[in-house]
Design a protein around this ligand. Structure first.
Ligand code: PGA
Length: 255
């Protein structure tokens, strides 16, 4: 079975005491987690070590960085390399979030380099894709997302894509309270899996976890996660509220 993942994206929110309190509350709830049902917290860079060490005693909670540099090292003031993340035992890195693409002009080629660096250092990328509203309204979302995957991932080998994590996040649903319907999510997830099958074959595409992101909340998580190609969620706003995110974790598909 491919992994089911509840991933939080805290973005640029919370002070360290607030973050520690949130984690304390999250860990006070009991969950049915195992090797194939995991929680990943995308926390701001300065908290990776503090929050990561709080999760050390848990088996199925890990931290993720929200970004990484597209350079190995050197004179790039303010950037954080994958090697640095590796040296503080960060296992996951979110790559290609729409906010990075839009506000920081991240291109397909830069994202491809970030993915390569992450894999070179043994971090698991959580690669984000998703279309803006105008593309959805024009009905060309399938080819738009296909291009994002082709341009930044399809240079990888089948071995590298085995067990990969993709997050489909329609931009019109991010932070807007407007969730894609579970049928719209399933439709796109099935399309993504079909495109991966075309490139790498069914065995590889069946192993890829495709998370849905965009206004996931406790009240809609179960309906979304029940869909066969939705393998969990990447959650922004609702991941900042312990009761909300706990319920989202508990909505992951059971075996
Ligand atoms: P949202 O954000 O859950 O607040 O819509 C999701 C994301 O940007 O990853």
């Amino acid at each position: 079975m491919r992994k089911q993942i509840a991933a939080a994206n805290w973005k640029m929110n919370l002070t360290l005491p607030q973050a520690e309190q949130l984690v304390k509350e999250l860990l006070a709830t009991s969950y049915q987690l195992d090797e194939n049902r995991r929680v990943v917290l995308g926390v701001p860079f300065p908290y990776l070590t503090a929050i990561g060490s709080r999760l050390d005693q848990t088996k199925y909670f890990d931290v993720a960085a929200q970004n990484c540099a597209d350079k190995k090292s050197g004179a790039f003031t303010g950037e954080t390399s994958v090697e640095m993340l590796k040296s503080i035992q960060v296992p996951y890195v979110i790559i290609g979030h729409s906010e990075r693409r839009e506000y920081f002009n991240e291109t397909h080629a830069m994202l491809a380099t970030k993915v390569d660096l992450a894999l070179e250092y043994g971090l698991q990328p959580i690669f984000c894709c998703g279309e803006p509203l105008a593309i959805r309204e024009a009905g060309t979302q399938n080819s738009f997302v296909e291009t994002q995957l082709k341009e930044s991932l399809f240079h990888l080998s089948a071995e590298q894509v085995q067990g990969f994590i993709i997050a489909y996040e329609p931009i019109w649903a991010i932070g807007t309270g407007k969730t894609a319907s579970s049928n719209q999510a399933q439709e796109m997830h099935a399309h993504i899996r079909k495109v991966i099958t075309g490139q790498y074959g069914k065995e590889v595409s069946d192993s890829v976890s495709i998370l849905y992101g965009g206004s996931v909340k406790a009240s809609n998580a179960s309906e979304l996660f029940e869909k066969p190609d939705v393998d969990g969620g990447l959650v922004g706003g609702a991941s900042l509220v312990a009761t909300e995110f706990s319920a989202i974790i508990n909505a992951l598909k059971k075996p």
